[in-house]
Design a protein around this ligand. Structure first.
Ligand code: ZN
Length: 301
């Protein structure tokens, strides 16, 4: 017998009503928290997942074809796909960690149960730790989401098979950076070297156009900006963004993503390891040693 049955009828009714109010409120909050970037040729839906992860639905406006980046909560993704009326057939996996690739198997099963949805293609670096991979990709591999062009950037370091996805049309540019580049930060060097993160951030991501939208795997803006501000207290761009971030609740902080490559080059100390101010903070004279020392400092921050 449930607890509700033991309570006086009116009280149990009130509790039930309260329960439904709370339940629908939390559902509403979840739905509100999907944030949209509407570009001319591409729409990106940012869907918060777990504690501080982001999943992204990437839609080609012309064809309504869509891909999803790191669908760790596949049923939530499918709700958004249904609301938007788009055709999802591609998964872009940034890396094997559970909070990114952990939904691949369940999403694959949903497609098996619904044969009319067509086939699901799952892209990712060549790694047995990623479930249900159908398309193993490497540096400079290309494919399409409808009419949008995707180029794969191999960025090993956080994990050995980490991939960033650069998506572009003639008008619009976006990069999905997983746990390699965060707003004002970068991922931990779990399976790689400072040289590899240097190659990823300075060699590859810094050379994308400045107006490229940056969609990262986690919401870490506040902590990252505090660190950047400590390293470069006289950087006015960092100070201004930190002030905005401190004033915002979690939903407001989420609104800071996407960043842009141009903004990251102005504020993100891991993208600024060639700057004398950043090198001076760690007492190093070249960008590679600075990358290593900065990451060590951030790990203890
Ligand atoms: Zn990770």
């Amino acid at each position: 017998m449930s607890l509700l049955n033991l309570l006086p009828h009116r009280l149990s009714q009130r509790l039930t009503a309260l329960y439904f109010t709370v339940a629908s409120f939390s559902l509403q909050r979840r739905q509100q928290s999907v944030q949209t970037t509407a570009m001319a040729s591409m729409t990106v839906k940012k869907i918060p997942a777990l504690k501080d992860n982001f999943m992204y639905l990437v839609v080609c406006n012309a064809t309504r074809r869509a891909a999803v980046v790191d669908p760790v909560e596949p049923d939530r993704v499918l709700e958004v796909v249904k609301e938007e009326g788009v055709q999802l057939n591609q998964v872009l996996t940034t890396h094997h960690h559970w909070d990114h690739a952990g939904g691949n198997e369940a999403l694959y099963q949903r497609f098996r149960e619904n044969a009319d949805w067509g086939e699901l293609r799952v892209y990712g670096g060549d790694d047995a730790r990623i479930d249900r991979l159908t398309n193993r990709v490497k540096q400079d591999d290309t494919f399409e989401i409808g009419q949008l062009r995707v180029r794969c950037l191999s960025t090993p370091c956080h994990t050995t098979s980490h991939i960033c996805y650069y998506v572009e049309s003639d008008q619009d540019r976006a990069v999905f950076t997983g746990d390699t580049l965060f707003l004002a930060g970068c991922g931990r060097f779990f399976e790689g070297t400072p040289q590899q993160m240097h190659d990823a951030l300075i060699g590859q991501l810094s050379s994308l156009p400045d107006d490229t939208h940056v969609y990262c795997g986690h919401e870490y803006a506040l902590q990252n900006l505090r660190f950047c501000h400590m390293v470069e207290p006289s950087n006015e761009d960092t100070r201004a963004l930190l002030e905005r971030t401190q004033a915002a609740d979690l939903e407001g902080r989420r609104a800071l993503v996407p960043s842009t490559i141009g903004q990251e080059k102005r504020i993100n100390v891991f993208m600024r390891v060639r700057e004398p101010t950043v090198q001076a903070f760690v007492g190093k004279s070249n960008s590679l040693d600075t990358m290593q020392a900065l990451r060590a400092a951030k790990d203890k921050f």
